[in-house]
Design a protein around this ligand. Structure first.
Ligand code: ATP
Length: 247
């Protein structure tokens, strides 16, 4: 559904500027779950921002496949490490926001948001203010806000990076459930090798700056996957290969 071709991005600066990503070429297939790993500063967030249309590549291109029979541009949903909820809007009002911006009538927007609230398991918290949510709950709302637009591509930039380890594990499981229920194409940045292996069909590893593609690894572990899988030999072997590729 998406082709990235010889993508490079250099941030302007002194002399030749700062090369963040260089010559990235890869494809995402529809409904694929792909994780991106790499050392700090390898351009993972830069890649997400280019795919989200927030940054323009210096060279190379990003092509979305034409959507079947629909004459509209692809929709991309993004979730960052911080939920960035609007503090003056309740949970449900945060989720309806993208629909309101698209001009969806409020009643229809509220109905779609109610479905999302159920999907993310926050029933009873519809009218709660962001300041009263835990970190995990706020990230669930951010996910719901991204999913309510029914995006063709969901981009997740370390969405659980600010959460404690147990909440993070639980959120990973929930994300898998959402992905299976909604059949989205997902590209997710993470620092966790085991999170990447438990969730994804493929893992892309970027080199230290400038980020080039060091490895494109197919994760052939059976699904459904659970935490127990971490202790199996095939999991250990894939983890070892990823670890060796991250330098
Ligand atoms: N707006 C910007 N202007 C100039 N340089 C930038 C800008 N944004 C990012 N960079 C630089 O580009 C490089 C890649 O940054 P990026 O945030 O994409 O890396 P990352 O792999 O996501 O890092 P981390 O794992 O630490 O989040 C870094 O050296 C960063 O300092």
């Amino acid at each position: 559904m998406l082709k990235v071709n010889h993508l490079s991005l250099t941030f302007p600066g002194e002399r030749e500027g700062l090369r963040a990503v260089e010559d990235l070429t890869f494809e995402l297939r529809e409904q694929e779950f792909v994780c991106v790993l790499g050392p700090s500063g390898s351009g993972k967030s830069t890649l997400v921002r280019v795919l989200a249309g927030l940054l323009r590549p210096t060279s190379g291109s990003v092509h979305f496949a034409p959507l079947r029979g629909e004459g509209r541009p692809p929709r991309v949903g993004v979730v960052f490490q911080q939920a960035n909820l609007m503090p003056w809007r309740t949970v449900v009002e945060n989720i309806t926001l993208p629909l309101e911006l698209q001009g969806v009538p409020l009643e229809a927007a509220r109905q779609q948001a109610a479905e999302m609230v159920e999907l993310i398991g926050l029933q009873g918290f519809e009218d709660t203010w962001p300041r009263d949510l835990s970190g995990g709950m706020a990230q669930r709302v951010a996910l719901a806000r991204a999913l309510v637009q029914d995006p063709d591509l969901l981009l997740l930039d370390e969405p659980f990076g600010a959460l404690d380890a147990l909440t993070r594990e639980r959120m990973g499981g929930e994300l898998l459930r959402l992905w299976q229920a909604r059949q989205k194409t997902v590209l997710m940045v993470t620092h966790s090798i085991s999170e990447a292996l438990l969730l994804s069909d493929r893992v892309l590893v970027l080199t230290a700056r400038p980020g080039r593609l060091a490895l494109d690894l197919t994760v052939n572990l059976p699904r459904p996957r659970d935490e127990e899988m971490r202790y199996t030999a095939p999991f250990g072997e894939l983890a070892r290969r990823l670890r060796a590729a991250i330098v």
